[in-house]
Design a protein around this ligand. Structure first.
Ligand SMILES: [Zn+2]
Length: 312
């Protein structure tokens, strides 16, 4: 194991801001990178990185080989993570809209993004781990842009996630880390799970097994899992994803869990009125399918997204 700072930026007041990476392996084989924390409010990737570092350290200590390289970059946006904010604090910039970055003095987050991109584009496979925001809870999923489907889909199927969501790219996606890495020929999985500002350990456990499965398939590790991952992800596309929005405002108490199947007419939860003790609106699925997103923030306005269902 080797922990090193691969990029350092000086802030205007001469404080130092570093990109840190932990690497494992003998360098003679495929190279895999795990990145998280581009959004500072998304914390599941920290725990995933911890789980992998702990596992790989024990693996190394027991004398077993790690062929090629595994790199862990758990805190890709340290200013935001330290401030417990989503964006680069100075200027509220979304770093995941700054890729592939720019050289020179075009703005710190762009220079930062450029350094991270240049570093990662030498890898064979990357995983960019995100959690959801404060509002929605997501089951573990890989999001794949249609344009890169051919290169990414085989890996997505090995990642032990519940859902693979294939979608078309809105223009803004062209400035994300994953889009630029995929365009540069580095297959990159965007993993999304849980909810912002929280760690959902059972979801991280599932993706942890998925990463070990990928490392076995890349021949970086052998026999890291007793048996390979067999879970078949459910596919979400523009054709089968359904959005359930609220009609009224109030506060929401969920009843159904993300990752469960629902039938048309099943309750996902209720929107309540705290003053009168009344149910303002039962939130009811209009479809048979798989519930892969459920509202996490209790305060809702009319039109709020309450759930996403993959119709089956
Ligand atoms: Zn994110």
């Amino acid at each position: 194991m080797n922990v090193r700072e691969f990029y350092r930026m000086k802030t205007p007041l001469q404080e130092k801001l570093g990109l840190f990476e932990t690497t494992f392996g003998d360098g003679r084989g495929k190279r895999f990178a795990l990145v998280s924390g581009l959004h500072g409010d998304e914390l599941d990737g920290l725990y995933l990185s911890y789980r992998l570092a702990k596992f790989l350290r024990a693996w190394e200590d027991s004398g077993k080989p790690i062929r090629g390289q595994v790199s862990l970059i758990p805190v890709a946006n340290p200013l935001a993570t330290a401030a417990a904010e989503r964006f680069w604090p100075f200027g509220q910039i979304d770093v995941n809209r700054c890729f592939p970055g720019r050289a020179g003095d075009e703005g710190a987050p762009f220079v930062w993004a450029g350094a991270l991109f240049e570093h990662l584009k030498t890898f064979d496979l990357a995983m960019d781990v995100h959690s959801s925001n404060l509002f929605l809870r997501e089951c573990p999923q890989v999001r794949v842009v249609e344009k890169f489907r051919e290169a990414v889909e085989p890996y997505a199927g090995q990642a032990n996630v519940d859902v693979v969501w294939i979608h078309d790219a809105p223009t803004v996606i062209e400035t994300t880390l994953s889009y630029n890495l995929n365009a540069a020929g580095v297959p990159t999985l965007v993993v999304e799970m849980g909810v912002g500002y929280r760690i959902q350990t059972q979801f991280v456990d599932a993706v942890f097994r998925g990463v070990l499965n990928l490392l076995m398939n890349l021949n970086i590790l052998s026999d890291a899992l007793d048996e390979p991952v067999k879970k078949k992800a459910i596919y979400a596309t523009e054709r089968n994803v359904r959005y359930l929005n609220s009609d009224s405002g109030g506060f929401f108490v969920p009843e159904a869990q993300v990752g469960s199947t629902v039938r048309s007419g099943d309750r996902v939860g209720e929107i309540l009125n705290a003053l009168t003790g009344e149910v303002k609106e039962p939130v009811v699925s209009k479809w048979d399918g798989y519930l892969f997103t459920v509202r996490a923030h209790p305060i809702v306005y009319p039109g709020s997204l309450m759930a996403r269902i993959i119709e089956t």
